[in-house]
Design a protein around this ligand. Structure first.
Ligand SMILES: [Zn+2]
Length: 145
């Protein structure tokens, strides 16, 4: 099977309208998910879609779970292919693995708090896209089991 590739260095804004079309509204957690998925590809040296798995800790309660739809665009892991799982937790975080490599990426507490306190509205999307990755997320490489 021949898989498409995702360029992890693409400007995440280029995926935004596609994300909105999939998700249905302009939510900041959707933007966070797109950026998280692309970061995962870069950290794992993956070109997405296949050979990569994601486990999101968001649970299924919006707005935090909106992140999952962004993830699907950013890294190409999808529920339909079976390489995306969503577990309970209510955390804007996910663990990605590809081959021997594994990384857990979490939205920084202060960012999540600011989004939630601000009502998770459209007005926060530009801010999410403008933040440097290190200010948006924390991450740690893990031992693949
Ligand atoms: Zn949403």
């Amino acid at each position: 099977m021949e898989w498409l590739k995702i360029d992890p260095n693409v400007d995440p804004r280029e995926l935004w309208e596609l994300g909105v079309r999939l998700h249905g509204h302009r939510g900041p957690f959707l933007a966070c998910g797109i950026r998280m998925g692309l970061l995962a590809l870069r950290l794992l040296g993956s070109s997405g879609y296949s050979g990569i798995e994601a486990v999101a800790e968001t649970g299924s309660t919006p707005p935090v779970s909106c992140l999952v739809d962004g993830l699907q665009l950013g890294c190409g892991c999808t529920t339909g292919k079976g390489n995306l799982k969503v577990v309970e937790g209510g955390r804007a975080a996910a663990t990605f693995s590809a081959g021997e490599r594994k990384v857990r990426i979490a939205l920084r507490q202060e960012v999540a708090r600011r989004i939630l306190n601000g009502g998770a509205g459209e007005d926060q999307v530009d801010w999410v896209f403008s933040l440097p990755e290190e200010e948006l997320f924390s991450w740690e490489q893990m031992q693949s089991s």
